[in-house]
Design a protein around this ligand. Sequence first.
Ligand SMILES: O=C(O)c1cccc(C(=O)CC[C@H]2O[C@@H](n3cnc4c(=O)[nH]cnc43)[C@H](O)[C@@H]2O)c1
Length: 214
Amino acid sequence: MPRLLLCAATPFEIAPVADALPRFGGDVEVLITGVGLMETAFSLAARLGGNPPALLLQAGLAGCFDPGRELGHTCLVSHDCIGDQGVWEAGSFRSTFALRFSDPSRAPWADGWLANESEVLRKLKLPLVKAVSVNQVTTAPEQARYYYKELGADAESMEGAAFHYAALRSGLPFVQLRAFSNYVGERDKTRWKLRESISHLNETLLDLIPNLLS
Ligand SMILES: O=C(O)c1cccc(C(=O)CC[C@H]2O[C@@H](n3cnc4c(=O)[nH]cnc43)[C@H](O)[C@@H]2O)c1
């Protein structure tokens, strides 16, 4: 019975670790959730409804908002949220919380965030960042400015919030690990650090997993 569920949106992001699974002797199970919030939420709900593992780990690439941060490096996500659920109106964004469609402090939400308060996160020696999850990869500068400067997010992904939500609703400890593959808004893939970030992500995972299992 696996003790750790390793989730990723695509098989490419975690291929080196998936190939090395036998070294964990059956303790690690891989779940490829698909890209985006909806597929991730459903995959996790379906898997966790059965025989849940003791710990959830999500690994993947992310866009980076901070131009001073070096691409390729890994970080852990302490807080995630849904960035683009709401409306752009008169030049500014109003979330469904701001529109009063729902309560930003109703569990598992805390002030509009899905926070990871797990002890396990603080024990790992990696930078902690806030992240925003989106359905549409950000290209508009005013939208990027809103996520970075107003929300205070450092990272952008398309699955993190669904993972935090499913883990919090299931009451399971969890860790979200991301490697910065690109600066948010950069659409020229030759300027992404795909190879380096996937390789760093997987090296970090191979270090982290034995720690998490010990
Ligand atoms: O083009 C390729 O060869 C390739 C190989 C592996 C992965 C990719 C991806 O594009 C991964 C998409 C995945 O990564 C997250 N991501 C990465 N950058 C961003 C971003 O700027 N904004 C939002 N999400 C980003 C996201 O979670 C996707 O699922 C390509």
